[in-house]
Design a protein around this ligand. Sequence first.
Ligand code: GAR
Length: 208
Amino acid sequence: MLSIVVCVSGGGTNLQAIIDGIHSGAIRDTRIAGVISNNAGAYALVRAEENALPAFCISPKSFEDRAAFNRAFMDKLSELSPDLIVLAGFLVILPPEMTKVYAGRIINIHPSLIPSFCGKGFYGLRVHEEALKRGVKITGATVHIVDEGTDTGTILYQKAVEVLPGDTPEILQKRVMEQAEWIILPKAIDEIAQQCGNTAVLQKGCGS
Ligand code: GAR
């Protein structure tokens, strides 16, 4: 059984796709050990509670400095002891030691076809605003392993989505979520759960 922690900041529709995937059997052999949000007002926390998942808010605002936040965040992860950490719209700079301690065991969903529209400052709606400004005809989403860079880790899955005339950033964001994110993130988790223990993706064996 793959034990995952899902980190969120906002609406939590990707968290919902994971919960639904586990219920429907699209994601096999996986349990959510906890949901961590940096934002007390995140609707993702409501989704976690509605599904009886252990939910925690660890906000940088509640700590005297970044180092104290980083420590609290790392302590919570260590307590939950996940095989895999899923960044599902987690819009916070990770504690620097996190990518070392959990090397190869953190994945992220990004709302573009990396290497387009990614890196520092490209998150959420901004990504779609920039894609529309540039006039691309195809965009999409990417699931990748998280390393010490921003959106630079190994790509696991990508799915293309058409940009249509009249798209606004909001309309495009919704299409990218529906046609790409909510499909490839559950698929990546299922794939990792099925390969548990014998893949380079997971450097630590899964719990039994
Ligand atoms: C999603 O579109 C996700 O791809 C994006 O934030 C949104 C969160 O939505 N993540 C990034 O931009 C990371 N760089 P959600 O809270 O409804 O899942």
